[in-house]
Design a binder for this molecule. Sequence first.
Ligand code: GLV
Length: 322
Amino acid sequence: MARVLITQPVYAEATAELRAQGHEVVERNGPPMSAEGLAEAAAGFHAVLTVLTDQVSEGVFAANPQLSVVANIAAGVDNIDRAAAAAHGVTVTNTPDSLTDATADLTMALLLAVARRVPEGDRQVRDGRFSGWTLQQEPMGTDVTGARLGIIGFGKIGRAVARRAQHGFGMSIATLARDGREPQAQGLEVSTVGLDELLADCDVISLHCPLTTETRHLIDAHALARMPAHALLLNTGRGPLVDERALAEALRDGIIAGAGLDVYEHEPDVDPLLLQQRERVVLLPHVGSATERTRRDICAVAARNAAEALAGKTPPDLVAAG
Ligand code: GLV
């Protein structure tokens, strides 16, 4: 039977599933793994369950010819060099379904928090600065209901956000026209436009596309300048989709009105200028999938993917075949 390394402690069901198949499981308990650290730690293991902060690059595969499966406990796989995995015959899997709703819920939480300035109101009350209801009181918010939402990345999470936004808040939805293909609208009313139009015409832009060389800094100073001054930017995808310093400057200079972020370009560091922006800016610590049920689920799903691949079957969430 195989030896399986898990780079962080997981919920018990996940290890139980692998042990039930007769595999030896070793759970590591340490900081995120650099490529060098993982290359060393993976010695003698046939499968590795990784998290999104582990760097799974070519060196990991080159140093470990016995390795046949990398099961990422995440939807995104930008931490894995997939071309190198393919070249070394390593199967890669992810956890694309279980975290869809939790991440879409959190996106809506950010949208409402930024538009209605929820943290600012909370701070006002706690600081004893709430001096009673008045007609023009602060913090004054902007309307979510009926606003136009531009969704970049119309996959599972993007569509789940669109459903909540359209069915719950009557928002109109725009997404990018990709290669002339219609988005899978699944009963939603969605218009497809080019990037420039999406940026210029939407009140809120929300990012749900994978991080690739093409999407890195998709939202840069130029893109921010295209957005209307009242626009809000949401990012629950990956930090490097946004040029974080350019966003901080745009918020400081009133180029756009606000942002709700769950992810950062250099996690766990956050640009100091961004941290200084307190009005209509809500910053969360990468918790899109952080509900107990979802985190349990993604661990179990990754374990199942690894077990299936080790058994020579096609894993349910195959990203790249070995
Ligand atoms: C979280 O960011 C994930 O990709 O699962």
